[in-house]
Design a protein around this ligand. Structure first.
Ligand code: DXP
Ligand SMILES: NCC(=O)COP(=O)(O)O
Length: 237
């Protein structure tokens, strides 16, 4: 079964556009869960331009499904994660000025750093995942740092899917099989949507979880949040 974790960053972006507290991020997280989401994902960035650190503490009090915190493991981020102790921390090597995440880890170059951070988080009972491109060398590197899971960065898949799904998924399939060889759990995310999700889910072996934000929140403008979550869940059946 592939779990749907809803990324609510864009809800915070909308709130922050006006100041104030509309929409209320905590209420939206609770509603996502009520509507069927199997996890809530947030990706706080150092400038707090969408999810703020305060939100993460508040969310911890209400999230009853799997809470997944993504981000670059800076000292501030690590303090937050260690305080909140989510079910899962997804480490992403995003630059502070990046509009959104735009690359996976070089797990070979950053082997020692990742090993240390992952060890610290796992000691606290936090499951770890690291964001990687669909590159077998990076999966092999991931097997050396002790991570529980990898999250395959699916932007390239999403871009290539409309032209040739088979071509677009090729490297992901190889990476997924390699992760399975090592016993590393498989997550995926970035630019997944109602068109490209089912093929990914049906093709990748052992896909445990997808985290989806941007497209899902955009779809919710047309279909409503409850219907939209149901539509995404249907793609994962
Ligand atoms: C890690 C990742 O794939 C990102 O997609 C991210 O979590 C989305 O964040 P934004 O909503 O800030 O673009
Ligand atoms: N980890 C990916 C994520 O949380 C959401 O990415 P996107 O759907 O906003 O591109």
């Amino acid at each position: 079964m592939t779990k749907l974790s809803v990324n609510i960053n864009k809800i915070a972006t909308l709130r922050n556009a006006r100041g104030g507290d509309r929409p209320n991020v905590v209420q939206v997280a609770k509603d996502c869960e009520r509507f069927g989401a199997e996890g809530i994902t947030v990706h706080p960035r150092p400038d707090e331009r969408h999810i703020r650190y305060r939100d993460v503490y508040d969310l911890k009090e209400v999230v009853t499904t799997e809470f997944n915190i993504e981000g670059n493991p800076t000292p501030d981020f690590l303090k937050l994660v260690k305080d909140v102790r989510p079910a899962q921390a997804t480490l992403v090597p995003d630059a502070p000025d990046a509009i959104t995440s735009n690359a996976g880890w070089d797990t070979l170059t950053h082997k020692d750093f990742l090993t240390d951070v992952i060890g610290e988080l796992k000691e606290l009972g936090i499951r770890t995942s690291i964001f990687v491109d669909p590159d077998v060398r990076m999966i092999e590197g991931a097997s050396l740092v002790g991570t529980d899971r990898v999250e395959l960065y699916t932007e390239a898949y999403a871009k290539g899917y409309p032209t040739s799904p088979e071509e677009a998924i090729r490297s992901y399939l190889v990476a997924a099989r390699r992760a399975q060889d090592f016993g590393i759990g498989l997550n995926a995310g970035h630019d997944l949507d109602l068109d490209n999700l089912k093929y990914l889910k049906d093709t990748l072996p052992g896909l445990l979880e997808v985290s989806i934000g941007h497209a899902l929140i955009c779809d919710a403008l047309y279909f409503g949040l409850e219907n939209t979550i149901q539509l995404y869940l249907r793609q994962l059946k």
